[in-house]
Ligand binder design. Structure first.
Ligand code: NAD
Length: 365
């Protein structure tokens, strides 16, 4: 019997609630495939800081080191609550970026999918959605502004100042470019390169390297779009996109916008892949405004499980089954409250009911 260790980092806010639903799915997959998933929870995020004095405690590092894959819930506190934690210990700086750095998870895959039949979830008009939304954002995840040198102090005029650098070298760009071209080659062979080369020198180098890597992929057509224009096209014509590649901060912002055009951040799963290890997480945050109410949408968390099944455990057919089960719960008219809007007939259900329905649908496949 195959046996895999999965580190579960429940996280903060809605994290534990949506993690419970992910576990239901993992247990079902294990039983019917004669696989053992050894599931161990590790403290991570603000809760870890309060209970263990660090947002990424050593015990969690060890758990992750020993795991075959990591499933992570969202972390973070509300703006006001965050002030209770010293700046460098706050969850993103103290836990999330170190997790990404530890496993060099440079390739972030963020699928953005809404079939035509669920167009009512989206704030966009049906004629804009057309046949549905189906593209993937490939985001560089361990470079750029988020990982560059940082400095704060008092300048020669006696004013507080801050300086943060956006750094990339050509190898960092080339490796994410290859991931993007490989992905485009398996899909529609069109790659949208998102940049800001009219202002940023980092984008000039980025585009040069994209051009060099493209020589190895003559079948893939590259289209270059400025990041600000891309934000507009996501609203006006998302159907033009199939694979989008971009640097770290652009990807952070545009993928939340992508969640917006789907109708909820709760529809944005992701995979963060490094040379030796991957972790999987919903792209959204800990949603402190709805935490503890059993109303969070677990789709992105369960979708992250589907990505794990495919990318870490080669269970491609089961991954497809999980996607299919979630879509069929939606098409039966059920959803969590984030996806219901005035005038739309949706059977509003709780987080755990959604997980139960997905598990029931999955069991039929
Ligand atoms: P957020 O993504 O938590 O929430 C934004 C809005 O989307 C809220 O209205 C929330 O209720 C809703 N939402 C998000 N996920 C949902 C879900 N699964 N179901 C239903 N509704 C959902 O963003 P925020 O409020 O800006 O940030 C809250 C905290 O999360 C902050 O501390 C932030 O730093 C952190 N954060 C963490 C991650 C991560 O762990 N990777 C990512 C983004 C933000």
């Amino acid at each position: 019997m195959a046996s895999y260790k999965i580190a579960l980092l429940d996280g903060d806010g809605i994290g534990p609630e949506i993690m419970r639903e992910a576990i239901k799915i993992l247990e079902l997959i294990a039983t019917r495939n004669d696989i053992e998933f050894e599931l161990d929870h590790g403290a991570f995020g603000a809760n870890a800081y309060f209970e263990h004095g660090h947002p990424f405690p050593d015990a969690t590092k060890q758990l992750c080191d020993e795991a075959d894959a990591i499933l992570k819930g969202p972390i973070g506190l509300s703006h006001e609550e965050s002030k209770k934690i010293p700046v460098d210990m706050q969850p993103e700086r103290g836990a999330l970026l170190p997790l990404r750095a530890r496993y060099n998870t440079f390739a972030n895959f963020r699928p953005v999918f809404l079939p035509k039949g669920l167009a009512h979830f989206s704030p966009l008009k049906p004629e804009i959605i057309g046949d549905g939304i189906d593209f993937i954002i490939i985001r560089e995840l361990v470079g750029g502004l988020y990982f560059g040198k940082k400095e704060t102090g008092i300048n020669e005029h006696g004013k507080r100042y801050v300086s943060e650098s956006l750094e990339y070298d050509e190898d960092q760009i080339a490796r994410i470019a290859k991931v993007a071209f490989d992905t485009a080659q398996k899909r529609k062979r069109v790659l949208h390169n998102i940049h800001k080369s009219n202002v940023l020198k980092s984008s000039v180098l980025w585009n040069e390297v994209i051009g060099e890597v493209s020589q190895d992929y003559p079948e893939v057509e590259v289209k270059h779009i400025l990041v600000d224009a891309a934000a507009t096209y996501l609203c006006l014509n998302p159907g033009q996109f199939d694979v989008m590649v971009m640097e770290n901060m652009f990807g952070d912002i545009l993928s939340d916008q992508a969640g917006g055009i789907l109708g909820s951040l709760g529809l944005m799963p992701s995979a963060c892949v490094g040379p030796d290890k991957a972790y999987y997480e919903p792209a959204h945050g800990s949603a402190p405004d709805i935490a503890g109410q059993n109303i969070a949408n677990p789709y992105a968390m369960i979708g992250s499980v589907a990505m794990m099944l495919e990318m870490s455990f080669n269970l491609e057919a089961e991954a497809k089954n999980v996607w299919h089960a979630m879509q069929s719960v939606f098409t039966q008219g059920y959803s969590t409250p984030d996806l219901s809007s005035p005038g739309v007939a949706v059977n509003m259900i709780s987080t755990d009911s959604f997980g139960d329905l997905v598990a029931a649908e999955l069991a039929k496949l």
